[in-house]
Design a protein. Structure first.
Length: 429
């Protein structure tokens, strides 16, 4: 699919975005092993989160969807069934990594795989702790999907994460729910804490001591009524568009503002972005508010160390902003970008160069000088949703009409992206 994008004269209005992907995945998985019915409103419309629902159905969980409302009838900790065939995680690394923690405790074998992109993503980081807990896992070449998981009675562990990863943390904590005793995960730096919040909401005993998270095994989880906040990662593209296009003023309603995710707003504020949060409230343990953003001249910045881990998903669109900023953008310690849906270091740099923007590919990041202009170009999503959306933003500031090839990739996380963008982007005549 091709998407043609004309330069925008302004980005304006008030928009609402789909539910947060990270929270949607977690609510669905916990609901499946809780007792009773869980009703989830504003569940993510992205294909990845629906891959999670597909896997849960295959495990015998009753799941009903009506628009963005999902009802899950939980089967309890010991109620999942052996699937008739392999589980299909699609393109979703979140699904395969986090769900594996639950599968590792089941009294039946499971094979879980995904698409060609997912088959290239390493899984050793979840395999190691699950094997320490007693599971047996076979992977292609020792680390790549498909995973063949031989469930077993699990033992609790105290696991120290070698690299900060909310997905690996979640995998271990989910496995710990099935172990007799307490399982803990210690993080090198704090990662997003949606799992800890969601587990407590469903009734698990969770203790957080600085960077050590402990969950008590064999809890009685109870179904809940929950509403997923709008996705801050999806909001990042619209924040960037409004910051980039002169005269813009945009409100994004009901966005999840969890402090472990707020690095994006902090970083943009440090670049000089005019961003204000209003109507801040706590809902089911998660902070939610409206974000008002206005066009702003940006200074630029450096992303490295702990900040890289906090902004890893937003780096493609921040690279676009960096090119238009005064001082440019430098990214270090981001080698993990090379094992996402694409090698995002290479693909970001390649699309920037197609638009006439100077950009240097570094082994662990990129260097993008500032004060650059975007030329209209034929762009490629490379099958990656974040590349498609980041360069749609760049195209709004180009000197003519651009084309994004493979635009359908956006549906992995945000099927309504193109429609929402057209609604708030007023184009030049």
């Amino acid at each position: 699919m091709q998407q043609r994008i004309s330069p925008a004269s302004t980005i304006a209005g008030r928009i609402e975005l789909p539910g947060d992907k990270s929270i949607s995945h977690r609510y669905a998985m916990i609901a499946a092993i809780a007792e009773g019915e869980t009703r989830i409103r504003n569940y993510s419309t992205g294909a990845d989160c629906h891959s999670t629902l597909t896997c849960l159905r295959a495990l015998g969980v009753a799941v009903e969807c009506a628009g963005t409302e999902v009802v899950i009838r939980g089967r309890g900790l010991d109620g999942l069934h052996e699937p008739a065939g392999p589980l299909d995680a699609g393109n979703s690394g979140s699904t395969i990594r986090m769900l594996s923690g639950i599968l590792a405790a089941q009294p039946f074998p499971t094979r879980i795989a995904g698409d060609e992109s997912l088959a290239r993503r390493p899984m050793r980081r979840i395999m190691q702790p699950l094997e320490e807990m007693g599971a047996r896992i076979v992977a292609r070449d020792g680390q790549f999907p498909p995973l063949e998981i031989e469930g077993a009675p699990l033992r609790p562990i105290d696991y120290i994460l070698p690299v900060a990863s909310a997905q690996v943390k979640t995998c271990v904590l989910f496995a710990g729910l099935f172990a007799q005793g307490a399982t803990s995960v210690t993080e090198p730096v704090r990662s997003r804490d949606h799992t800890e919040i969601a587990l407590a909401e469903f009734g698990a005993e969770v203790r957080v001591e600085r960077r050590k998270i402990t969950v008590a095994g064999l809890p009685k989880l109870a179904g809940r009524e929950l509403t997923v906040p709008s996705d801050l990662s999806s909001a990042a593209f619209f924040l960037a568009a409004a910051l980039l296009v002169p005269g813009s003023r945009l409100t994004i309603a009901g966005v999840g503002l969890n402090p472990t995710r707020s690095a994006l707003l902090d970083f943009l504020g440090g670049m000089g972005a005019r961003i204000r949060v209003t109507d801040l409230a706590s809902r089911q343990g998660e902070l939610v508010g409206d974000i008002l953003v206005e066009h702003s001249p940006l200074r630029g910045g450096v992303i490295s160390s702990d900040l890289t881990a906090a902004l890893i998903d937003e780096i493609p669109v921040l690279a676009v902003l960096g090119a238009a900023s005064d001082q440019g953008l430098i990214v270090h310690d981001a080698a993990e970008l090379r094992i996402k849906e694409t090698d995002r270091i290479r693909t970001v740099v390649e699309d920037l160069r197609r638009m006439g923007v100077a950009a240097e590919e570094l082994p662990d990041g990129m260097a993008i000088p500032g004060r650059q202009r975007f030329r209209a170009a034929e762009l490629d999503s490379f099958g990656d949703h974040r590349i498609a959306m980041a360069f749609a933003v760049a195209a709004l500031a180009a000197d003519g009409e651009s084309v994004v090839h493979g635009a359908e990739a956006a549906s992995v996380s945000f099927p309504e992206f193109w429609e929402t963008l057209s609604r708030c982007a007023q184009c030049h005549d």
